[in-house]
Design a protein around this ligand. Structure first.
Ligand code: NAP
Length: 280
């Protein structure tokens, strides 16, 4: 049976790489969504009737309903949902614009939540499905100037871990993808930069400028990531990892953070346990 994949944010970056790869595979139906379907003409050369292009801003719940409805009408199922759409925001915690910070959560967290809650009933009815949620190494480890991006991706991690536990007996799997730097538009046009003005935060300015300069020169190749994600979902369903760091920096940083956390918890083990004792 053909598998139907639905992806958010396929205009550029990971979403585009994944859509391009899926469009060339046999036995795959693709629902490619983007805020502007005019950005999806790159798919036309592969379309043999197996591709549905849908306009979808993930912050607009009625557009989510419409897109999922159209996907069901055309293909009668959604086997794989890829919550890929996401934006960044650089700025000191103190000087960040909270409306911009809220927008990061609207796209990265609430967009993913609403997409998932709309597709989950379909998957439950099918008795099968895979949800691929784009987190980041920034969902496990934090840098200066990215407080709100990290907050959004840590939220994606926590929410996804819970969903995975709730649906594990319903034939539905969840995989968090945690990339380090990849050559997409993320560090460029998709991340608003608020340069700190206060002299106390001057060193942070350099960090933000360096990130902007590094955009499109990151080590990670989104086309390679697309193949890895496809292969995991299609060929390794039984052992699908809940967390998949992508890129050497991502996996090394995750290992280092978790071993340091383990050391910290062990070092304070008796103190932590003592909190269960009744205070006299
Ligand atoms: N690249 C990296 O180094 C990296 C590392 C870790 C995690 N990630 C994550 O990877 C995911 C994909 O980003 P990317 O790296 O591929 O960057 P990208 O090339 O900038 O792609 C971001 C995509 O999200 C879409 N988008 C933004 N706001 C949207 C909204 N409200 N509704 C629907 N789509 C929206 C963009 O559409 P428009 O063209 O309309 O703006 C674009 O298609 C994100 O979740 C990001 O946080 C990236």
């Amino acid at each position: 049976m053909k598998k139907t994949w639905m992806i958010t944010g396929t205009s550029t970056g990971f979403g585009r790489s994944l859509a391009t790869y899926l469009a060339q595979q046999p036995d795959i139906n693709l629902v490619a969504t983007a805020r502007h379907t005019a950005d999806l003409t790159y798919l036309d050369q592969y379309n043999r009737g197996q591709i549905l292009k849908q306009s979808l801003d993930v912050t607009q719940p009625e557009q989510i309903e419409r897109a999922v409805g159209s996907a069901m009408e055309q293909f009668q199922r959604v086997d794989v949902l890829v919550n890929n759409a996401g934006i960044g925001y650089f700025g000191s915690f103190e000087e960040s614009d909270l409306l911009d910070a809220k927008q990061v959560f609207d796209v990265n967290v609430w967009g993913l939540v609403n997409m998932t809650r709309t597709v989950l009933p379909v998957m439950r009815h099918q008795g099968t499905g895979t949800i691929v949620n784009f987190s980041s190494i920034g969902g496990l480890y934090s840098f200066p100037t990215l407080a709100f991006y990290h907050g959004s991706k840590y939220a994606v991690e926590g929410i996804s871990e819970t969903i995975a536990k709730e649906v594990q007996n319903l034939g539905i799997k969840v995989m968090l993808v945690e990339p380090s730097g990849f050559r997409t538009d993320w560090a460029g046009r998709s991340s608003h930069k608020m340069l700190p003005t206060h002299s106390d935060y001057a060193p942070l300015k350099q960090f933000i400028e360096d990130n902007e300069k590094g955009a499109h020169h990151e080590p990670g190749d989104p086309d390679r990531a697309a193949r890895i994600i496809y292969d995991q979902v299609m060929n390794h369903q039984a052992t699908l990892p809940l967390r998949l760091p992508l890129g050497k920096f991502a996996v090394d940083t995750a290992i280092e953070k978790y071993s340091q956390m383990e050391q910290l918890f062990q070092a304070n083990y008796d103190l932590s346990v003592s909190a269960d004792q009744r205070e006299k």
